[in-house]
Design a binder for this molecule. Structure first.
Ligand code: ADP
Ligand code: ZN
Ligand code: ZN
Length: 727
């Protein structure tokens, strides 16, 4: 009798054995329907054998092996097994969560939906005025097809509500055709469109990567913003596609940077691309995943979860903006997609390119110590580096958060018809409401955080737990009637600028103003069409957008991030400000960046002014080495949360004791309250464990985790975070 070991989405560290008469070795990696408790569940077969720890009489029989979808390959399972072991997360949930939701169920898979649509030769040749002028959506859709050559259903829907109808008409005209498995034959021989000639620096970098296509070769492409990293990726991608292999391209957030997708699609029209990200619906997720697994999709572009996509012919992985913290998953399997991408490249013996202007120090350290090959791009293409200056605000009375110098600089841009952007890391009107009579501050009763004043919709909002409240008319503590906003948010800066520059066209870009579907897309085209004079925005604006008319960037509250207790704060601030500064002067004029600060002499600002990532990174690395921080030590954080802090601390104290009994070769610190103690009504504490080698830490964690799991107390919820980024 065959016995299968099955991974199920159950939060325990074991697999489950079932009898299964018709299972064979080729079913490893297949989905299987089993009964579990009183229900049925879909799992994945990890092993097929003849033995079990349990007496055979107690084993249930599996209901059915689901062979409608090809099994996960040995390589796919190997990556999932690594992730489960390294992050100490049970294998069952690790495997099941890597599948698209539809494959986690047993229902019949509908597969009528095609993976995407491709422009045909007729569509390419159709005269520009072949469509009536009032068929606006149809024209826009055709234009988009001409730009990108292939589109998936999600991209079509994103264009306009009526775009699917317009698509049907283009299909009827024969200008567009569905593709399911093979690239559109009608588009040959133009399967690869040549890019611009590379600069000598780009040429060197590309040659470096091309020389390493035949094995596991990690590269760090360190290039200042606007230095043309994308062209280097494209050159490597081209070579890999031409060699008949697939490419995995990871990006932090697809929705924020559609240019890259456009670029890749339009450059490789003969090579189907699918996107994998959380914005897809279930059907699209399934479709794209299967297209990747079958090899029909040659390029998979996606966010962190895409790192697990099955790719039988994988030949290259590219991780763009590798330092971005959105590669780290904060819940469940707490993985770093960047780190898993490295592991995957190693397992599959393929090259991997990590690209950034400001790499994570861990990555840079690997390059300095020659574990990764460093490729540098030091020059911007067709543009000078921006001029970065600090505006000392210590002795100046700011007007609504703005210095005189910055106001004049904006006025000068307005006079010349150029765009300015103000960056402020806080949405809403003001970070807090205050009573000047008694010192009361609006704060969230569920979190250790303040309620942010949102004047537009007249609410106080917690940005952590979502709690909201009406704005009180009088002080809840002393009855004083004069409550005042304290500090600046994007809305307040917007209001102040509107008063000062009544004729300027001002656009605010933050999570509140872009909530509507397609809002950000519309805003981007307004910016490109020069219908905006002043942009005000948060982090959203920092990511890789190319705004050619933007010439001035002002940074308003950078200091708030300068003296944080998190040892990674300077690294992050430097990355953020470099990225923000990179927005200035991408066209033909030299951009200017003004950073308002009380500490203009701070080494971080000095390094930024001199645009010297390498020097700054080296000084940070020296500090980290001295202080014993990563990348010179390896860390894991055990977190606990409970209704009361005492409980969480007590659970961690017990865990620390268990750990100390196990090993003296790792450092176990005392439990402490978390940086943000209260969140959504629960109190949180954490326990740091540290070792001087990864292997030593891992050995300890394996033994410790087993003990912890055996003790499961219902008093607190706990979780383990390996290589934590947030403290
Ligand atoms: P990065 O990603 O390094 O910030 P980009 O890849 O966005 O830089 O490139 C900046 C700009 O330079 C883009 O508009 C790109 O099209 C252009 N560019 C890149 N390489 C070349 C080249 N070799 N010749 C001409 N233009 C280029
Ligand atoms: Zn008061
Ligand atoms: Zn809250």
């Amino acid at each position: 009798m065959k016995i299968i070991r099955v991974a199920l989405d159950v939060p325990v560290a074991t697999l489950f054995d079932y009898r299964c008469a018709d299972a064979g070795d080729e079913d490893v990696g297949s989905r299987v329907l089993v009964s579990f408790g009183k229900k049925t569940a879909v799992g994945v077969i990890i092993q097929v054998g003849t033995t079990s720890q349990l007496p055979h009489s107690r084993l249930k029989t599996a209901l059915r092996v689901l062979r409608d979808v090809p099994p996960l390959s040995a390589a796919d399972l190997q990556l999932l097994q690594f992730a489960s072991a390294y992050y100490h997360h049970p294998l069952g949930p690790t495997v099941m969560n890597a599948l698209p939701v539809r494959l986690r169920r047993a229902g019949k898979l509908s597969r009528q939906a095609v993976t995407g649509y491709a422009l045909t030769a007729a569509g390419m040749a159709a005269p520009p005025d072949g469509l009536p002028a009032r068929a606006i959506v149809k024209r826009r859709l055709l234009a988009l097809f001409r730009q990108r050559r292939t589109l998936d259903a999600a991209a079509i829907k994103a264009l306009a509500a009526t775009a699917p109808a317009a698509l049907r008409q283009l299909l009827a005209l024969g200008w567009v055709e569905p593709w399911e498995s093979a690239p559109s034959a009608a588009l040959t021989p133009e399967t690869i469109i040549a890019g611009p000639a590379l600069t000598p620096e780009q040429e060197d970098a590309a040659r470096g990567i091309l020389s390493g296509l035949n094995g596991f070769n990690p590269f760090l492409l360190l290039g200042v913003t606007g230095s043309g990293k994308t062209e280097v990726y494209l050159r490597a991608i081209e070579a890999v596609l031409a060699a008949g292999r697939q490419v995995l391209l990871l990006v932090p957030e697809i929705a924020l940077t559609p240019q890259l997708e456009t670029m890749v699609r339009s450059r490789f029209p003969g090579f189907p691309l699918v996107s994998v990200h959380s914005g897809l619906n279930e059907g699209e997720r399934q479709q794209h995943w299967l297209a990747a697994q079958s090899g029909a999709a040659r390029i998979v572009m996606g966010t962190r979860l895409a790192v697990f996509t099955p790719l039988p012919d994988l030949g290259l992985i590219v991780v763009d903006e590798e330092h971005d913290t959105s590669y780290k998953q904060a819940e469940g399997l707490r993985y770093s997609a960047r780190d898993l991408a490295i592991v995957r490249a190693q397992q599959r013996k393929v090259p991997i390119v990590l690209g950034s202007a400001t790499p994570a120090l861990e990555t840079y350290h690997n390059a300095v110590t020659k574990r990764y090959r460093l490729l540098g791009l030091t020059q911007r293409i067709n543009a000078a580096m921006p001029h970065i200056e600090c505006v000392a605000t210590r002795d100046e009375k700011l007007q609504d958060g703005l210095s005189q110098h910055l106001i004049e600089a904006i006025a000068a841009r307005l006079g010349r018809g150029e765009q300015s952007m103000l960056f402020i890391n806080r949405r809403g009107y003001a970070p807090v409401l205050m009573c000047h009579a008694c010192g009361w501050l609006s704060s969230c009763h569920r979190c250790s955080a303040q309620l942010v004043l949102h004047l537009r919709d007249r609410r106080l909002r917690c940005h952590h737990c979502g709690h909201q409240a009406a704005i009180p008319v009088t002080c809840p503590e002393c009855g004083n009637q004069e409550l005042a906003p304290l500090g600046q948010g994007t809305q307040r800066v917007e209001a102040a600028l509107a008063l000062r520059f009544p004729r300027a066209r001002i656009l605010r870009v933050d999570r509140d103003s872009t909530r509507r579907r397609n809002a950000w897309q519309t805003m981007r085209s307004q910016i490109h069409a020069r219908e905006v004079d002043i942009l005000i925005g948060t982090q959203m604006l920092a990511k890789g957008h190319d705004f050619p008319h933007l010439n001035l960037v002002g940074v308003l509250n950078a200091d708030s991030l300068l003296y944080s207790t998190d040892f990674r704060a300077p690294e992050r601030l430097f990355a953020l400000l470099s990225q923000v500064a990179g927005r200035a002067g991408r066209g033909d004029t030299r951009g200017e960046v003004l950073i308002q600060t009380e500490f203009p002499q701070h080494p971080l600002y000095t390094a930024l002014r001199e645009l010297s990532y390498a020097a700054f990174a080296c000084s940070l690395l020296a500090e980290r080495k001295q202080a014993g921080f990563p990348p010179f030590v390896y860390q894991a954080l055990l977190r606990a949360e409970a209704p009361r802090l005492d409980t969480a601390l007590a659970v961690l104290a017990r865990a620390a004791q268990l750990g100390r009994d196990l090993s003296r070769r790792v450092t176990i610190y005392d439990p402490v309250p978390a940086g943000m103690v209260r969140l959504a009504g629960r109190e949180r504490a954490q326990l740091l464990v540290q070792a001087d080698s990864r292997a030593r830490l891992q050995n300890f964690l394996s033994a410790w985790y087993e003990k912890l799991a055996a003790e499961t107390s219902s008093r607190a919820r706990w979780s383990l975070d390996v290589d934590p980024l947030e403290f």
